[in-house]
Write a protein that binds this ligand. Structure first.
Ligand code: AMP
Ligand code: MG
Length: 338
């Protein structure tokens, strides 16, 4: 394990470098990058299609946006009309039939829960009224309130019936939410939709959950910069990628501080308290959804157990920035430091 120490006072962020060459005045049409930035799922999304065919590229970008919007309607736990909200309303009462797509997403979420021994748990959401990470919290919630809510968190109480495609939350007051996996899933689907339309290269950045395929318009690999948290305009390290996802879960915008201790926006399902010790986790792996879920899991597991898990997973790498501003990486992460 490599340990590199940096003094970090600002934030870590990812950005993509490299622009396509402008279309040159010649008969042969050259591929160029078409790009749209917009707010979806409450986050900043960026959708890029590389193609020599302008109308195809825009058709694909719009199809990707429609797909993300559709997914949001299905999985949002804020939207009272979503199937997820219907499942939550019937907690402790009855099983609810859902679309195959939502059923499978829940089944995959439960797999991650098993893999991480419950660090990742979509039923964390029964506590989401207690903790607020928008700057509105002035004091620590009462421990009785936390204890009452944490009793409702347990992925083993999410019961799936494969034949009937139903979901039953066993305890009253239970609630599921896809905040830690939904954007990764949406990024994957947006990519698939664009590929199905014939886009050979592109990039989807779903609020820090980024997936890229093919190469940039100039034929080079995508170069993803990890910015120096001391100074966002400086690059800490580079990752040159072709077909992979890079997912960052960071608490720098959403955290609370009580008695000088920093609490991240991710809940430890065992304690009901937000996690401490880590500022940011970046996962590199082929699949944005898995990367998304694992980034959140590493926050809960903490630096040591988190890296140990990632080092056991083939094709998955990780970079952690701790509260002490140390940068720690998994065994095989290949970064180009500047
Ligand atoms: P991410 O930015 O991907 O790490 O996701 C953070 C979001 O995941 C939070 O804002 C919550 O909506 C949700 N979340 C918090 N704690 C957990 C947890 N232990 N397991 C699953 N989801 C969580
Ligand atoms: Mg996540």
């Amino acid at each position: 394990m490599k340990i590199i120490k940096f003094l970090i006072i600002n934030t870590l962020c990812l950005f993509v470098m490299g622009k396509s060459h402008p279309l040159q005045a010649q008969n042969k049409r050259e591929a160029k990058a078409h790009n749209k930035v917009l707010k979806l799922m409450g986050s900043r999304f960026e959708v890029t299609a590389v193609s020599e065919n302008d109308s195809l590229a825009w058709q694909a970008i719009n199809a990707a946006i429609d797909e993300i919007t559709r997914i949001e309607r299905l999985i949002s736990s804020w939207d009272t009309k979503s199937q997820t909200s219907a499942v939550n309303r019937q907690a402790g009462i009855k099983a609810v039939q859902v679309d195959e797509e939502l059923f499978r997403l829940i089944a995959r979420s439960l797999k991650v829960s098993k893999l991480t021994d419950g660090a990742f748990d979509i039923s964390f959401a029964s506590i989401d009224k207690i903790w607020k990470f928008d700057g509105s919290m002035e004091k620590m919630p009462h421990e009785d309130k936390i204890a009452a809510s944490v009793a409702k968190i347990n992925y083993e109480n999410i019961l799936l019936n494969e034949d009937k495609k139903t979901v039953f939350l066993r305890k009253q007051g239970m609630k599921i939410g896809f905040g830690a996996i939904g954007k990764g899933y949406a990024a994957n689907r947006a990519k698939q939709v664009m590929q199905a339309l014939g886009i050979k290269a592109g990039l989807v950045n779903a609020g820090g959950d980024l997936t890229a395929w093919g190469q940039q318009a100039d034929g080079k690999n995508w170069r993803i910069a990890i910015a120096d948290p001391n100074d966002k305009t400086k690059v800490l390290a580079w990752l040159a990628i072709k077909n992979t996802a890079i997912v960052t879960s960071g608490d720098y915008e959403r955290f609370v501080t009580f008695d000088g201790k920093r609490y991240a926006h991710i809940i430890n399902p065992r304690t009901g308290y937000p996690t401490t010790g880590i500022k940011s986790v970046t996962i590199v792996c082929p699949d944005a959804e898995i990367g998304d879920a694992l980034a959140t899991s590493v926050f809960v597991l903490g630096e040591k157990a988190g890296l140990s898990l990632i080092n056991q997973l083939k094709g998955v790498e990780c970079l952690i920035i701790t509260d002490e501003n140390e940068v720690k990486t998994s065994e095989n992460l290949e970064l180009n430091y500047l």
